[in-house]
Design a protein around this ligand. Structure first.
Ligand SMILES: *[C@@H]1O[C@H](CO)[C@@H](O)[C@H](O)[C@H]1NC(C)=O
Ligand SMILES: *[C@@H]1O[C@H](CO)[C@@H](O)[C@H](O)[C@H]1NC(C)=O
Ligand SMILES: *[C@@H]1O[C@H](CO)[C@@H](O)[C@H](O)[C@H]1NC(C)=O
Ligand SMILES: *[C@@H]1O[C@H](CO)[C@@H](O)[C@H](O)[C@H]1NC(C)=O
Ligand SMILES: *[C@@H]1O[C@H](CO)[C@@H](O)[C@H](O)[C@H]1NC(C)=O
Ligand SMILES: *[C@@H]1O[C@H](CO)[C@@H](O)[C@H](O)[C@H]1NC(C)=O
Ligand SMILES: *[C@@H]1O[C@H](CO)[C@@H](O)[C@H](O)[C@H]1NC(C)=O
Ligand SMILES: *[C@@H]1O[C@H](CO)[C@@H](O)[C@H](O)[C@H]1NC(C)=O
Length: 373
């Protein structure tokens, strides 16, 4: 037994990889390396091919420097002894299988070693193209979007989907076909907007499609009215007497909203104009406050939102006060002014009373020092 082991270790056969991926039509070299530390007379290299269910066949045999190929395969396989690496001249899909190398060395007895290498043969992938359905846009929460990845050429294709470069996993809005070549977006939501691409790969190549951005109609969301010049206090916009305030309406949507402005007078409403902005001149405000409404309409989703504000005409001078009380209602401002006046009066009275006892204030720091020591 000791002898056997020492003989076995006398021949070392190694292959860099037990799996190799070849490309159809291209040559492939299956590298092998062997070493022995005994003196030998004959070196025999045998290459065999195995592909179930067919029986294994012998490809070629080399003894010392001479190679004896199987005549059937002589144009396909070659070998340059003592280098045992097998060269396959032009791969065909049918060359896929297991290649077996056996090395026999004859010295004081015969020792041998065997290795198996799995070879796959693939056709490189052509650039994938995404086919989107429907080709036109889809409104939020209605219908679905189907993206299909189509690859013209390639074998053993593995499909993956990317959104903004990140891999997509099945989720509440994404589902995938069995082989992952089709991505469904159901329900269609605003968050699904992004750059989609399909990544097709196989053992010998990987190709990414161009990006497609599905059109998703959504909104309006977050409707607000703002102004650059007027002061906003809650729902109230102030405008100085004799001046005008520019109101801007905005809401997020696709396609852009159609905005309309409505003025509420008495119990009836009047459509004033279409467009994002509205200028309200103080003269237009017939009462002290006037209600204006902005309506944002998305003609693709069929949804609309409306919000209202009040425009107040401020007598000159009060504007500064309003500036300080940005989040207060006009009533709160008036209450604030009244309170300020009352407190001021009370303070004035208190101050007058405290005046004679001014000396007490000077004693305070001394008392403090004592307690500290
Ligand atoms: C192989 O080469 C060795 C010497 O290197 C020689 O003794 C042996 O006879 C050769 N065998 C054949 C089959 O040519
Ligand atoms: C054996 O041949 C392969 C190519 O068939 C080559 O890559 C390798 O370097 C050779 N090894 C030696 C030791 O020459
Ligand atoms: C060959 O093997 C025999 C016994 O099997 C041994 O006596 C002899 O020394 C060996 N010779 C060499 C060169 O290893
Ligand atoms: C997608 O919508 C089409 C018609 O609009 C429908 O036939 C199909 O079943 C829907 N697919 C899914 C996965 O909801
Ligand atoms: C999506 O692609 C466009 C160009 O097609 C690019 O401008 C944009 O930044 C991309 N967005 C993201 C989130 O990658
Ligand atoms: C499809 O993709 C999922 C990951 O999202 C993966 O687990 C699964 O094995 C893939 N299926 C095929 C057939 O490639
Ligand atoms: C507004 O409607 C209310 C009842 O809905 C009514 O009492 C009031 O008189 C109306 N005002 C005007 C100015 O028409
Ligand atoms: C929606 O509005 C846009 C612009 O406001 C207009 O170009 C488009 O034709 C409208 N579409 C429909 C279906 O009304």
């Amino acid at each position: 037994l000791w002898l056997r082991n020492s003989i076995c270790s006398a021949l070392k056969l190694t292959v860099p990889s037990h799996t190799m991926h070849g490309i159809e039509g291209q040559p492939l070299s299956i590298p092998v390396d062997y070493h022995f530390n005994i003196t030998v007379s004959d070196i025999q290299i045998i290459w065999m091919f195995e592909k179930p269910p067919t029986t294994s066949k012998c490809l070629l045999v080399a003894v010392n420097q001479s190679v004896v190929p199987d005549l059937e395969y002589r144009h396909k396989f070659s070998l340059v002894p003592p280098n045992a690496s097998l060269l396959i001249k032009s791969l065909h899909v049918s060359d896929e299988g297991t290649y077996i190398i056996k090395i026999n060395i004859q010295g004081n007895g015969t020792i041998s070693a065997t290795e198996k290498i799995k070879v796959t043969v693939d056709i490189p992938i052509s650039k994938p193209v995404i086919y989107a359905e429907p080709a036109f846009g889809v409104a939020e929460n209605s219908g679905n979007i189907t993206l299909k990845c189509i690859v013209g050429k390639g074998t053993r294709i593995v499909y993956q989907w990317l959104k903004n470069g990140d891999l997509i996993e099945a989720s509440t809005i994404y589902s995938l076909s069995r082989n992952n070549d089709t991505l469904w977006i159901v329900p269609v939501v605003k968050e699904a907007i992004g750059n989609y691409s399909c990544l097709a790969s196989n053992p010998v190549s990987a190709m990414e499609s161009d990006v497609i951005i599905p059109t998703i109609y959504y909104g309006p969301y977050g409707l607000t009215i703002n102004s650059d010049d007027g002061q906003k206090i809650g729902d109230y916009f102030t405008v100085d007497n004799g001046e005008a305030v520019q109101l801007h309406c905005s809401a997020d949507s696709n396609p852009p909203n159609i905005y309309s402005w409505i003025r509420k007078a008495d119990n009836s409403t009047h459509l004033i104009k279409y467009g994002r902005s509205l200028e309200v001149a103080s003269e237009k405000v017939t009462k002290k406050t006037e209600e204006y409404r902005c309506r944002a309409h998305n003609n693709m989703t069929g949804k609309w939102k409306e919000t209202h504000i009040f425009v107040i005409v401020m007598p000159k001078g009060l504007e500064q006060l309003a500036q300080k009380g940005k989040y207060l209602s006009p009533l709160a401002i008036i209450t604030g002014i009244s309170l300020f006046l009352i407190v001021s009066l009370l303070l004035l009275i208190l101050w007058k009373r405290v005046q004679p006892h001014k000396g007490m204030l000077n004693e305070c720091p001394i008392t403090f020092k004592v307690t500290e020591n």
